[in-house]
Ligand binder design. Structure first.
Ligand code: ADE
Length: 414
């Protein structure tokens, strides 16, 4: 596609996403009037695709100067990056398929602006501010973190006494994890998986590694598409939850013997290692929906192979010494963004509305907030839920005064 075609594609993708993000649209209209970020610099590292573009434009509409990089080398939609640069004049540092060096170069470009606030996904920007880019640390008043992996990382930093500013755990807001992690990851994982393979899910034995909110969504969608689903877990309570939700539960090394596909979504490394690869069924398709590309041990995969070939746009076939063929989608990077288009717009409408309002809250309150990880104020969750419901044309009941008194009381009921 030529440059003009790319630009038009990006413009239309941004327009389509925005049209399906009504809550964020209302926030943007208010930001345009009130300019809560006037004179501030906001550095962002998120998956640079259409919905993220709408968030970045919302923050810019609030008066901020924004710099945006991707938080994963394979998750950029180049058409959107181009449209953000050319049409909206935004400073975007991102390219699909960037090398590791380019990836960190782009994060550094974001930090070179000396941001007042940071919006991160996976905590790479925040980690750099505390290591290689301490020069930019002094100007940062606070940050937001989008994802489970990032929040876990930041909690580790905070408990080691290393986190030097307040961070809002956007991931932990109900309006984020209940929908984005579950329904968003559930749908977009199969968007990427099917785009990469053009194969049936129905009738396959699919193993889902991890039964957190994302794993729950992936297992639910796999079952909905007709797969026979097995869940693997290390947490005994989540394992029982998976069993009672109707899934088989097994150890990974046993589950891979009959698996047609394995999808990792644990947030931990080495979920598929040499032992699992040794036991794996011929033809198995591996993919990852967790934040980092270390859930599937790619070094072990390469070491066991005598041949690696790219057989489709996002699929590599590894031929083992014993003749088995194992497929890996998108280099083990986030399948939903590397081979698909990320979460649906209606989902990111909620997640990114939490981001926008949490950033506004941080700007207003940072001086009163201690260093460390903070929750999203429940009023933000509730306001977004009410606007979302209204946008869906759904009305709900309200408690009467008498009911409220009853529900808030503690005396013996009659
Ligand atoms: N689009 C933008 N950010 C995303 C995320 N964290 N997950 C899935 N899709 C996205």
């Amino acid at each position: 596609m030529d440059r003009e075609g790319m630009l038009e594609k990006g413009r239309l993708r941004l327009e389509w996403a925005a049209a399906n993000m009504p809550v964020l649209k209302a926030i943007r209209a208010r930001f345009e009037r009130e300019k809560p970020f006037e004179g501030l610099k906001v550095g962002m590292a998120l998956h640079t695709e259409a919905k993220t573009g709408v968030l970045a434009l919302t923050i810019a509409a609030g008066g901020a100067r924004v710099r945006l990089a991707s938080c994963n080398p394979l998750s950029t939609d180049d058409s959107v990056a181009l449209a953000l640069r050319e049409i909206h004049g935004m400073e975007v540092f991102a390219k699909k398929g960037e090398t590791q060096e380019e990836y960190y170069g782009n994060l550094n470009s974001v930090l070179d602006m000396g941001p007042d606030y940071v919006v991160d996904d996976g905590a790479d920007l925040i980690a750099m501010l505390h290591t290689s880019r301490r020069d930019a640390l002094k100007n940062v008043k606070g940050a937001n973190e989008e994802t489970t992996t990032g929040v876990i990382r930041l909690r580790s930093m905070a408990s080691a006494g290393k986190l030097e500013f307040p961070v809002i755990a956007v991931n932990d807001a109900k309006m984020k994890f209940l929908f984005d992690n579950r329904y968003g990851t559930g749908q977009s994982t199969f968007d990427g998986w099917m785009n990469a393979t053009n194969l049936m899910v129905s009738g396959k034995s699919v193993v889902v590694a991890g039964y957190g909110w994302c794993g729950k969504g992936v297992a639910m969608r796999a079952a909905g598409l007709g797969a026979n689903v097995t869940v693997t877990e290390v947490d005994p309570i989540k394992a029982i939850e998976a069993r009672m939700d109707g899934f088989s539960v097994a150890r990974m090394v046993d589950a891979v013997r009959t698996a047609d596909a394995v999808i990792t979504v644990t947030g931990c490394k080495g979920v598929i290692g040499p032992a699992e690869l040794k036991a794996m069924k011929d033809g198995c398709i591996l993919s990852n929906a967790g934040h980092f590309d270390n859930e599937i041990d790619k070094e072990a995969l390469a070491a066991m192979s005598r041949k690696v070939e790219r057989v489709r746009d996002f699929v590599d076939r590894y031929t083992f010494e014993d003749g088995r063929e194992i497929h890996l989608i998108a280099d083990g990077r986030l399948v939903n963004l590397a081979a698909g288009q990320g979460h649906p717009a209606e989902i990111m409408d909620m997640s990114f509305s939490v981001q926008a309002l949490a950033l506004e809250h941080m700007v207003r309150n940072h001086s009163k907030m201690a260093k460390g990880v903070h929750g999203v104020p429940p009023e933000i969750d509730e306001a977004i839920a009410r606007t979302k419901l209204a946008s869906m044309g759904i009305e709900i009941d309200a408690l009467s005064d008498e009911q409220r008194e009853y529900i808030e009381g503690w005396e013996e009921g009659t």
